[in-house]
Design a protein around this ligand. Structure first.
Ligand code: ADP
Ligand code: MG
Length: 612
């Protein structure tokens, strides 16, 4: 076939493949145009997940007839006064959004400038232009996009459910609103209940906007950032290390007013929190970077969602310092590493992980079934079961005791000590660490991490033999969540029942939990449901709940476990050790961290210079 020059509308459709991926990307382009036009109020309306209708109305400077015609041409922009791509101060500059959208949908633009006598309307129907014709309206611009991709079945097929597309629109608008607190945003239409975020100004504008969009909760659990170092301004809010989520969807990054995904910033935040947060938890942050436009290349991604810093190292260190200083000022001191030398002597778990079927051919002697072995099964609920609901209440009784509890010394014969790989419990420290002794030395067990693994494995076993047994809540627990999360939970409700979690929609922004997995007891159901919602958001595009079984029970197990801060009696501690020995993979918690460390007698001697 000979080479041919492609016609204009085909070129536009090809370009649309990059810029217009889904309704949310159209909303992003059109709202950015409105912001570039100096709008102070932007109203976004959607229907059918944005597939049937998207409407963006602004009160910006508008366009006259000549501009209106040019605006839908490819590579036509008012935003590059010179040919300098290194000094971009507007959100748009590529001049292709409107042309692209007009090639794959029915695009109607109505616009009026301040001194025009009336407005004008132009239509581009899948590449065919009609108009402009007069149109009565106020100053500003109204862009309507109908039946996106209706003529391109191959693209339409890749769109998700209306609910999912509407959720993506909400997400995009949230980010735009966070980046532009001085603009009043309204989001409405048949896809959702309306959101209204009035303009905010003054010193706390950013905080107020974040509170409007993410919730008061975040604003109250975060420290304010405001530093400038080597030409990099870092502002925004950084969540307290205890205020974390199970995925990174609540980390928001903005560079010069543009919402971006950027590895440098993500890495810097991870580094800044490394000393404070567990590896698998994600702090909530809204980070605003301001930098000389010449120091950043925004033209590396068609939708401008990614960028490149010329001096990534300077940006990284500015972010780490800003967050580090703010957290320290708030009273969160980095833990010192004086203990490192000592910890070097501790060896990683060495005893072989038991085989996968507990009770079959265990590599060591199984203790005779005493009152506490396999307590969950052999004891009536509530008696001595350390993890049953009634037992938990009893845990409050001992609050006045010293925090390191030392058990009366029980002389154990060497035979008894070596009988169990994890030894015999001697004491509990900091309400979370069990100190045990076996034939060879001393063990430190993280009771929370260990119990998390036990609950997880038990969960898995229950699930393998049918739906997980549930227990009814006396009064349904109402949990308030963002509308998108509620919708996802509602969609997944019947699948979640298999996991013993029964919930239903309770108004637009809440769910009611009726039954919970019995083996979790009265644990942190609120946190559990939020984490499951986080998971659903993250997996949205990947797979159904069923394919995510392990991840879901991992999240649930985490909330059903004895948190640190629970004092255990010596028999409870021993029961936990025995259960660990009988449970597969109990050397690591479900997040891959060790559940215990072992210090051999000779290591202890070496610590004191006694090694021979
Ligand atoms: P870009 O934003 O990259 O310039 P677009 O295709 O998005 O490209 O828009 C083309 C031009 O149309 C813009 O440069 C701008 O002059 C004009 N325009 C688009 N939307 C608006 C709006 N809402 N208000 C005023 N002018 C607009
Ligand atoms: Mg644009």
């Amino acid at each position: 076939m000979p080479i041919r020059q492609l016609p204009e509308d085909l070129i536009n459709r090809i370009a649309a493949g990059e810029v217009v991926e889904r309704p949310a990307s159209v909303v992003k382009e059109l709202v950015e145009n409105a912001i570039d036009a100096g709008a102070s109020r932007i109203v976004v309306t959607t229907a059918g997940g944005g597939k049937t209708l998207l409407r963006i109305e602004d009160d910006g400077h508008g366009m006259d007839a000549a501009d209106l015609v040019l605006s839908v041409e490819r590579h036509a922009t008012s935003k590059l006064a010179t040919d300098d791509l290194d000094d971009i101060r507007s959100l748009g500059f590529r001049g292709e959004a409107l042309a692209s959208i007009g090639s794959v949908a029915e695009l109607t633009i109505s616009s009026r400038t301040e001194d025009a006598e009336s407005g004008l309307r132009i239509v581009v129907d899948n590449g065919r232009r009609i108009g402009p014709v007069p149109q009565a309206m106020n100053r500003g611009t109204i862009v309507e996009v109908k039946n996106l991709f209706a003529r391109i079945p191959a693209r339409l097929k890749f769109l998700k459910s209306d609910r999912s597309e509407a959720g993506a629109v909400t997400d995009v608008l949230k980010r735009l609103a966070m980046a532009n607190p001085a603009v009043h945003f309204v989001l409405n239409g048949s896809d959702r209940s309306a959101s209204n975020w009035p303009a905010v100004s003054g010193a706390a504008a950013l905080q107020s906007r974040l509170a409007q969009v993410i919730g008061d909760d975040f604003a109250q659990n975060a420290v304010t950032l405001a530093t400038a170092r080597h030409g990099v301004v870092v502002a925004g809010l950084a969540g307290l290390p205890t205020y974390t989520r199970a995925n990174s969807l609540s980390q928001f990054y903005f560079v010069n007013g543009r919402s971006v995904r950027d590895k440098v910033l993500v890495g810097a935040v991870r580094a800044a929190y490394a000393d404070y947060t567990f590896r698998d938890r994600f702090p909530v942050v809204a980070l605003y970077i301001a930098i000389d436009p010449a120091e950043v290349d925004v033209n590396v991604h068609p939708a401008k969602a990614e960028l490149r810093f010329r001096d990534a190292g300077a940006v990284r260190s500015a972010v780490i310092r800003a967050i580090g200083e703010a957290l320290t000022a708030a009273g969160f001191k980095a833990s010192t590493s004086v203990a490192e030398g000592v910890l070097g002597a501790f060896s990683a778990p060495a005893y072989p992980a038991p085989v996968d079927v507990p009770g079959s051919t265990l590599p060591y002697r199984v203790p005779a079934p005493g009152p506490y072995s396999g307590y969950e099964r052999s004891l009536p609920a509530g008696s001595g079961n350390p993890f049953s609901p009634s037992f938990r209440q009893g845990a409050l009784d001992g609050l006045s005791e010293p925090s390191a509890r030392v058990e009366p010394h029980v002389e154990a014969s060497p035979a008894e000590l070596s009988e169990y790989p994890l030894g015999t419990a001697r004491a509990q420290m900091f309400d979370n660490f069990i100190i045990a002794q076996n034939g060879e030395g001393l063990l430190l067990v993280d009771q929370h991490a260990a119990h998390e693994r036990l609950v997880y494995e038990r969960f898995k076993a229950q699930l393998a033999s049918g739906p997980v047994p549930s227990q009814a809540q006396l009064i349904p627990l109402v949990i308030e969540l963002p509308e998108e999360d509620c919708a996802r939970l509602e969609d997944a409700a019947s699948e979640l029942e298999r996991f013993g979690l029964y919930l239903e929609r309770f108004g637009p922004r809440a769910v009611a939990v009726r039954e919970t997995p019995a083996l979790l007891g009265n644990s942190d159901i609120d946190g559990l449901v939020r984490d499951v919602a986080d998971g659903l958001a993250e997996w949205d595009s990947i797979a159904a709940v069923n394919d995510r079984m392990e991840a879901i029970i991992a999240r649930m197990a985490c909330h059903g476990s004895v948190r640190s801060g629970r004092r255990l009696r010596v028999d409870e501690m021993n029961a936990l050790l025995r259960d660990m020995e009988a449970t597969p993979h109990s050397g690591q918690c479900i997040h891959g961290r060790p559940t215990y460390v072992e210090l051999k007698q000779k290591d202890i001697e070496r610590l004191f210079g006694r090694s021979r």
